[in-house]
Write a protein that binds this ligand. Structure first.
Ligand code: PMP
Ligand code: GLN
Length: 382
């Protein structure tokens, strides 16, 4: 994502969202819900602003949120986390990812991600000066190729970035895969940075945090965010948990990126983390229907559909429609049919982009009537 002259490319989500706006298209590109999250959170944020919580929060985050994050890790995963020393609140998961990579890797190091990879990983690895190595997710199940993973590792591998559940492919890594990743990290002395922002958006398998696996905790920082779980992507409240020494290093970098994160939202997110189990079940339940609605429509429109186990994205192969360049199609689709999607090759380096050249990612975190309209419009692609 860094051009040869060292400049950063444009953010694909911005480009496609702008195109969607220009052509009045339904935006199934950028992943954000078209409905607000729980009233409880929205009201809490309003009240916090009204009652004067409008100045800097502590750099580590408000104690009430750090305690709620620690309690969440205990409640869902049985992980004991010290709210004082093992948690830091960030400005979205994006900042936690950036601060982690910048804290742990630099020139001469390698940072490994799976491919396709979420766009900010590539950009930040580039900014850190480290070399970006990859191991592919391979079809038809889009799980990591473990032999390729081992072959891609070396003693220079400082960080393995895991993204599970995975954006864009919508896969959930198996326990065996995660165990193998931990073993390899141990063997090569690498730190694991795991981005688990879709932890509560799983349909098939239950989420296994890397940090719960044997030998993982002391070398793993776990990142999540309020955006997906509570449908508040614009609040940009994320967090990171892990052993105190690693969390401290990330916090130092974070201090100079943003210093601290949105005060009035932090207490509101703390309330969200304490919501009852029925709320957490309802997130996936309501998304599952919409996944199926979109999946059936995409299939009827002639795409090969890869049904996701998690996240709010469905990846399709447009090859049956004669498409060989998903990037070109994604740029034309808003005007052509009035629907926007993200091309998967933009989440890849060159070889990966060739492998995924006909794949497109559609977001289904939208109202059912919006998805139905999108499906109707897409039927004209045939
Ligand atoms: N990681 C992944 C895998 C994502 O899909 C996203 C955005 N949806 C982020 C990180 C960014 O999260 P945030 O908006 O909290 O910065
Ligand atoms: N994470 C969201 C996605 O994958 C969008 C994030 C962004 O716009 N940078 O669509």
């Amino acid at each position: 994502l860094l051009s040869p002259d060292g400049s950063l490319g444009t953010v694909i989500f911005e480009e496609i969202t702008a195109l969607a706006g220009q052509h009045n298209a339904i935006n199934l590109g950028q992943g954000y819900p078209d409905e607000d999250g729980p009233e409880l959170l929205l009201n809490a944020a309003r009240e916090n602003i009204a009652s004067g919580m409008n100045q800097y929060a502590p750099g580590r985050g408000l104690p009430v949120l750090r305690e709620a994050i620690a309690a969440h890790q205990q409640r869902f995963y049985g992980l004991p986390v010290d709210a004082e020393r093992e948690v830091v609140v960030s400005t979205g998961a994006t900042e936690a990812i950036a601060a982690s990579i910048l804290a742990f890797a630099g020139p001469g190091d390698e940072v490994l991600t799976f491919e396709p990879f979420y766009d900010s990983y590539g950009a930040i690895i580039g900014l850190s000066g480290a070399r970006h190595t990859t191991a592919p997710l391979v079809g038809p199940a889009y799980q990591p190729d473990l032999e390729a993973l081992e072959a891609a590792m070396s003693e220079r591998t400082r960080v393995i970035v895991v993204n599970n559940p995975h954006n864009p492919m919508g896969t959930v890594f198996t326990r065996e895969t995660l165990v193998r990743i931990v073993e390899l990290a141990e063997r090569f002395g690498a730190i694991i940075v795991t981005d688990e922002v879709y932890e509560h958006l799983t349909f098939a398998a239950t989420h296994i945090p890397v940090a719960t696996l044997p030998g993982a905790w002391e070398r793993t920082v776990t990142i999540s965010s309020a955006g997906k779980t509570f449908s508040v992507t614009g609040w940009k409240i994320g967090w990171l948990t892990g052993p105190a020494d690693l969390v401290d290093s990330v916090r130092s970098v974070k201090s100079f990126l943003s210093y601290s994160s949105g005060t009035p939202f932090q207490g509101a997110v703390a309330l969200g983390l304490g919501l009852e189990d029925s709320f957490y079940r309802s997130i996936a339940d309501s998304l599952r229907n919409r996944r199926d609605l979109l999946g059936e429509g995409l299939s009827a429109a002639g795409f090969d559909v890869f049904t996701p186990q998690a996240t709010y994205f469905t990846v399709v192969d447009a090859a049956p429609l004669g498409v060989t360049d998903a990037v070109a199609l994604a740029r034309r689709m808003p005007e052509l049919v009035g629907v926007a999607a993200i091309p998967v090759p933009v989440f890849c380096h060159e070889a990966g982009a060739r492998r995924t050249r006909s794949l497109l990612r559609f977001a289904f975190c939208k109202k059912e009537e919006v998805l139905a309209d999108a499906v109707h419009r897409l039927s004209s692609l045939r």
